[in-house]
Design a protein around this ligand. Structure first.
Ligand SMILES: [Zn+2]
Length: 135
C-alpha cells in the first residue's frame, strides 16, 4: 500500500523530533521521500560552522535513496523544520536535485503560506523551464 502525504510528513517529523537540538547544525531540518518503487527514506540537513557549505536535508535524503536503489526515482518528497515540524518549500538548489531525480509525475509537498496546511505540487510547478543541456 502506498504511503500517504500525511504519513510521509510524519516520517520526516519523527526523525527531526528524535534528533532536534536547538542551534544544532544537523538537527533543524529533515526530509523524507518515497521512491517510485515504494521505499521510504528520511535524512537530516548536514551543516558545518560555515553556513555556506551546508547540505540540505532533501539532498542528503536523495543521496541515501540513490545509494540504496538502482534507477531510483522520487515519487514524493517533503522537508520539515524546527521542533514543530513546519513544512518548508525546497530551496532553489534542492529543486534542481528533485527535478533531476524524479519521474515526470512526482509530487512535492509544500506549505500553504504560514499555515499548517499543505499543498501537493508537481516538480515542474516548482521549477518551470528547467535547465537542460542541448545534445
Ligand atoms: Zn535546499
Amino acid at each position: 500500500m502506498a504511503i500517504t502525504p500525511d504519513e510521509l510528513i510524519e516520517t520526516a517529523r519523527t526523525l527531526l523530533k528524535e534528533r532536534y537540538q536547538k542551534e544544532g547544525h544537523h538537527t533543524v531540518v529533515s526530509a523524507a521521500l518515497v521512491t517510485k518503487q515504494g521505499n521510504v527514506y528520511a535524512g537530516l540537513h548536514v551543516g558545518t560552522t560555515q553556513p555556506s557549505v551546508a547540505t540540505c536535508a532533501e539532498i542528503i535524503t536523495i543521496g541515501m535513496a540513490l545509494t540504496a536503489e538502482k534507477d531510483m526515482e522520487i515519487d514524493m518528497i517533503v522537508a520539515v523544520r524546527d521542533k514543530e515540524g513546519y513544512i518548508i518549500s525546497p530551496c532553489g538548489k534542492c529543486r534542481e536535485y528533485i527535478a533531476d531525480y524524479s519521474h515526470s509525475q512526482a509530487r512535492v509537498i509544500v506549505p500553504v503560506g504560514q499555515t499548517d496546511k499543505y499543498d501537493i505540487v508537481s516538480v515542474a510547478d516548482l521549477l518551470p523551464n528547467k535547465y537542460c543541456k542541448r545534445i
